[in-house]
Design a protein around this ligand. Structure first.
Ligand code: ADQ
Length: 476
C-alpha cells in the first residue's frame, strides 16, 4: 500500500529488545506488528519519570522506525496515567462505574499531558504524514494538534470498549472528550456495538447529525466512525506453536502434565479480565465433577499491571485469596489444581503453552477485543485442536462465534462449558477450530492496520479542522 509515512502515537512505546520481543499488552503487540509493515515514527511516554517536564522527545532509531520518547513528571504520571486514564476512564469504559474515581486535578493533568505531547510531536511531523493516535489516554490529542495548525489526516483507534451513553455520561469531563473526538477524521472501534455506542453518545450529548454514511457532523467538524476489529499475526503464532518444543518451559510443562489435561488462562492482572471469577468457576467445575480431580491442571499466567492503582492491588488480593482457598481445599498430595505465575514470557513460549492446553479459558467481564483468545486458536494443532471458552463480553466473541460462548458472571455456565470442552469430540473440535481460524486468517493484524490506514487516507484531511479549534487546555 502506498503510505507516505506513519506517525503513531500511543501512551507507551514498546521498543523491541534484541530478540525482537515486545512487552505484554495487546496494544504493544499489535503496533509492533503494524510497524513491521510501515516506516515511520512511534511517539509516546518512555515509561520514565523525570523531575522536569520534557519539551522534546528523546529519539532512538531502530530499523525503519524512529522511537520518540517523552518522560513524564511525577504529577503527570499520577494525574494523567494512574489518575484520569486508569482510575476514571478505564473503569467507566469497562462498565465498572462503581470503581470509577473522578478528580478535577487528575482531569486537568490528563489534558496537560495531551497538550505537552502535541507540542512536542508537531515539529516531528511532515505535511503528508498519516497520524494514527491510539487509545483512551490520548483522546484530546487531535484537538491539540489542530490548534497548532496540523492539517494532516489524523485517525484514532480505541482499543477498549466504548460504553452506552448512559454509562459514559456518569463520568465528568466526557462531554468535552466527545468534542475532542470529533476533531479526528476517522475513529476506529473494535466492534459494531462500540461504534454504535460512540455514535449514540455524539448524537445525544452533542447533537451530532448523521449524513447517512458512517460520518457524523458535529459543530462544523466531520468525523467518520467505523469498526475495525484488531487481529493478530496468526501465521507467526502458528509457526511458533508448531516448533515450541524447543522451549525448556514448554517441555517442562508438558512433562509435568503427564497425562493430565491442561486448561490455560493468560491475562494482564486486571479486574476487567475476571480472573477471580474464573477461578471460582473452575472450583465449581471440580466440585461438580469430582472424577476430574487430579486429571486436569489449570495454569493461570497473569503478569502484574498498574500496581500503583489501588483497585489493582485489590484484584491481586482477590486472586490470591481464591487461589489459596481452591488449592487448599481441593488439592491433593501430588496434585495442585491451579498453577499461578506472574512472569512475562516470550511469544514462542506462550504459543507453545497455548498449544499444550486442551481448553483456553478467556472469560473477561468486559474486553475491547482480547487478543489472547485469538492467539490461543492460532496456536492449536490443526489435527487435534483445543477448545476456546470465550466470554460474550469480549469483542472477540463477535468474530469467534464457534467458541463456547459464556456469561462470565455465571460460574455454573462456565463450569459446564469446561466439562463440555473436555468431552468434545475431535470432529467437533476440528470443525469449530477451522471456522475460527478462517476468520483469524482473513482478518489478521496486517488487514487491521491496512484497513484503518486506507480508510484514513481516503478521507481527505479537512483544512476546516485546522481553523477555529481552541483546545480545552488553552481555554480560560
Ligand atoms: P490488553 O488488555 O492488554 O489489551 P489482550 O488483548 O488480551 O489485552 O492482549 C494481551 C497481550 O499481552 C496478548 O498479546 C498476550 O499474548 C500478551 N501477554 C499477556 N500475558 C503475557 C505474558 N505473561 N507474557 C507475555 N505476553 C503476555 C488492550 C485491550 C484489549 C485489546 C487489545 C488490543 O484491553 O481488549 O484486545 O488492547 O487492541
Amino acid at each position: 500500500m502506498d503510505v507516505s509515512r506513519l506517525l503513531i502515537v500511543s501512551n507507551r512505546v514498546a521498543i523491541p529488545d534484541r530478540t525482537g520481543a515486545v512487552a505484554a499488552g495487546g496494544l504493544a503487540v499489535a503496533l509492533g506488528e503494524a510497524f513491521r509493515m510501515y516506516e515511520g515514527v512511534w511517539f509516546g511516554w518512555s515509561g520514565k519519570v523525570a523531575a522536569e517536564p520534557a519539551s522534546r522527545p528523546q529519539v532512538i532509531n531502530k530499523g525503519q522506525v524512529q522511537y520518540a520518547l517523552m518522560d513524564l513528571t511525577t504529577s503527570d504520571r499520577r494525574e494523567y496515567y494512574n489518575g484520569f486514564a486508569n482510575r476514571a476512564l478505564w473503569p467507566t469504559m469497562h462498565y465498572r462505574v462503581g470503581l470509577s474515581d473522578f478528580s478535577r486535578t487528575d482531569y486537568d493533568g490528563y489534558r496537560r499531558v495531551n497538550h505537552n505531547f502535541a507540542t512536542a510531536l508537531a515539529p516531528l511531523s511532515r505535511p503528508d504524514d498519516l497520524v494514527w493516535v491510539h487509545d483512551y489516554h490520548l483522546i484530546p490529542l487531535a484537538e491539540e494538534l489542530r490548534a497548532l495548525g496540523l492539517v494532516n489526516a489524523i485517525g484514532y483507534f480505541h482499543h477498549i470498549p466504548w460504553p452506552a451513553p448512559e454509562v459514559l455520561a456518569t463520568l465528568p469531563g466526557t462531554t468535552e472528550l466527545l468534542r475532542s473526538i470529533a476533531c479526528y477524521d476517522l475513529v476506529g472501534l473494535q466492534t459494531q456495538r462500540d461504534a454504535e455506542n460512540l455514535r449514540r453518545c455524539l448524537i445525544t450529548e452533542l447533537g451530532a447529525v448523521s449524513d447517512g454514511s458512517d460520518a457524523l457532523e458535529v459543530a462544523g467538524l466531520k468525523t467518520r466512525i467505523h469498526c475495525f476489529p484488531i487481529g493478530i499475526n496468526s501465521n507467526q503464532i502458528e509457526q511458533l506453536a508448531a516448533r515450541a518444543n524447543s522451549s525448556r518451559v514448554v517441555r517442562q510443562m508438558s512433562a509435568d502434565l503427564n497425562s493430565r489435561r491442561l486448561i490455560i488462562g493468560v491475562d494482564r492482572l486486571d479486574y476487567s479480565k475476571g480472573i477471580p471469577e474464573r477461578m471460582g468457576a473452575y472450583e465449581r467445575f471440580l466440585q461438580d465433577n469430582p472424577d476430574q480431580r487430579g486429571r486436569v491442571t489449570y495454569l493461570q499466567i497473569a503478569p502484574t499491571s498498574r500496581s500503583e492503582v489501588p483497585e489493582y492491588a485489590a484484584v491481586s488480593r482477590a486472586v490470591n485469596e481464591a487461589l489459596g482457598r481452591i488449592n487448599g481445599s481441593l488439592g491433593e498430595p501430588g496434585w495442585v489444581p491451579i498453577h499461578y505465575v506472574t512472569s512475562t514470557y516470550p511469544r514462542s513460549v506462550l504459543a507453545g503453552l497455548y498449544r499444550l492446553a486442551s481448553v483456553g479459558l478467556v472469560t473477561p467481564m468486559r474486553d475491547g477485543m482480547n487478543l489472547v483468545a485469538k492467539e490461543y486458536v492460532a496456536a492449536q494443532d490443526p489435527a487435534n485442536p483445543g477448545v476456546l471458552i470465550l466470554s460474550k463480553f469480549a469483542g472477540a466473541a463477535q468474530q469467534l462465534r464457534a467458541a463456547l460462548i459464556v456469561n462470565p458472571n455465571d460460574k455454573v455456565e462456565v463450569a459446564e462449558a469446561i466439562r463440555n470442552a473436555l468431552h468434545m469430540t475431535q470432529k467437533e473440535r476440528v470443525c469449530r477450530w477451522s471456522d475460527m481460524m478462517q476468520s483469524l486468517r482473513e482478518h489478521d493484524v496486517s488487514w487491521w492496520a491496512g484497513a484503518f490506514l486506507k480508510a484514513l487516507k481516503r478521507g481527505s484531511p479537512s483544512a476546516l479542522k485546522s481553523a477555529h479549534v481552541v483546545p480545552v487546555s488553552a481555554r480560560s
